[in-house]
Design a protein around this ligand. Structure first.
Ligand code: SF4
Ligand code: SF4
Length: 132
């Protein structure tokens, strides 16, 4: 499968990507044996789990190749991106930092369908009752 992100990596710098418990379990299962949760997880002020940055980029971003080291089992939020949820308006928006949004979301139908999945993911696996 083609990596649509090749040569970019914008969203992997100073990432604020939230992690669900399922993301963490998947990364632990598929990552290197030596990987510990503290190597890639930090807690936000809201007590959510978030990917750790090292030297200004996600701990899983390979600076030499400019690729994600865990692309096949990356967090769900990285898969939804550049679609994100604005928590104030509760509207899905395409993040302006992505230079290729049309490759991921070529039409409104794809955005609407993924928006539903994104909200469900956040409600069920990350924020629980906060969005309600
Ligand atoms: S997990 Fe991969 S895709 Fe997600 S922010 Fe880190 S390097 Fe980027
Ligand atoms: S999702 Fe967009 S911003 Fe992130 S690496 Fe891929 S092309 Fe770049």
């Amino acid at each position: 499968m083609k990596n649509l992100c090749e040569g970019c990596g914008n969203c992997c710098h100073e990432t604020e990507m939230i992690l669900s418990a399922r993301d963490i379990a998947r990364i632990m299962k598929n990552g290197p044996k030596s990987l510990r949760p503290s190597d890639f997880i930090m807690k936000t002020e809201d007590r959510l789990f978030q990917l750790k940055n090292v030297n200004g980029h996600c701990v899983f971003f390979d600076i030499r190749s400019q690729l994600c080291k865990i692309y096949e089992f990356r967090p769900q939020g990285c898969r939804f991106y550049p679609l994100t949820l604005d928590l104030d308006t509760k509207m899905c928006v395409l993040d302006g930092d992505c230079p290729r949004p049309e490759l991921f979301y070529p039409n409104s139908k794809s955005r609407i369908n993924t928006c539903k999945s994104l909200i469900k993911f956040l409600e069920d696996e990350v924020l629980f009752t906060k969005l309600r």
